[in-house]
Ligand binder design. Structure first.
Ligand code: ZN
Length: 180
């Protein structure tokens, strides 16, 4: 199915890519692979709504890469490796109720403080458990005694442990355990 061009009414629109230069503080950042459509007849290049959303995420990731911050996909990776929903992640790390959906979609770039906290949570043994404790939330994951750390993706530590009933305790049980 081809889309007819609204500008000339003659040509058809097909997906195309473009690159742009964006200001970021004092820097100019070139972003490639941005999406649009291009008319075969008049050269009009409209950008559709879903493309705008993906372009914004791409631009946000380029700014993050420039600043040494985790990309949206990496924030999601950290959250998932800690077995957290977006809501629970916000409860533990802060940032507001919808923070993680915004970070992961690229609507909002996480602060440097948030970025470092996420890295510490996956890189430093025991840090995540401490953050859960401070938030009054039972740890969703615990490092097995014999776990080996790997930093293959450069983000941080991942360890695989199947979630068992024993590691997912209610907040009441957790507080009880801590009092004991
Ligand atoms: Zn056209």
């Amino acid at each position: 199915m081809s889309l007819q061009c609204d500008e000339c009414g003659i040509g058809s629109l097909s997906p195309a890519v473009w690159e742009g230069v964006f200001r970021h503080g004092d820097a100019s950042i070139k972003v490639t692979g941005l999406e649009c459509h291009r008319c075969s007849h008049c050269g009009a290049d409209p950008v559709f709504t879903d493309q705008i959303r993906r372009n914004q995420a791409r631009i946000a990731d380029a700014k993050r890469a420039h600043d040494g911050l985790l990309t949206g996909e990496q924030v999601r990776g950290v959250r998932e490796s800690l077995k957290l929903s977006q809501q629970l992640a916000a409860q533990i790390f802060g940032g507001g109720a919808n923070a993680f959906s915004k970070y992961e979609r690229g609507d909002v770039i996480q602060s440097i403080a948030m970025d470092r906290l996420l890295k510490v949570a996956v890189r430093v043994p025991g840090a995540f458990e401490q953050l859960c404790s401070l938030a009054g939330v039972p740890p969703t994951i615990q490092k097995p005694a014999d776990a080996t750390y790997e930093t293959a993706d450069g983000i941080g530590v991942r360890w695989e442990q199947p979630l068992s009933k024993a590691t997912v305790v209610s907040i009441e049980d957790y507080r009880e355990q801590r009092r004991a």
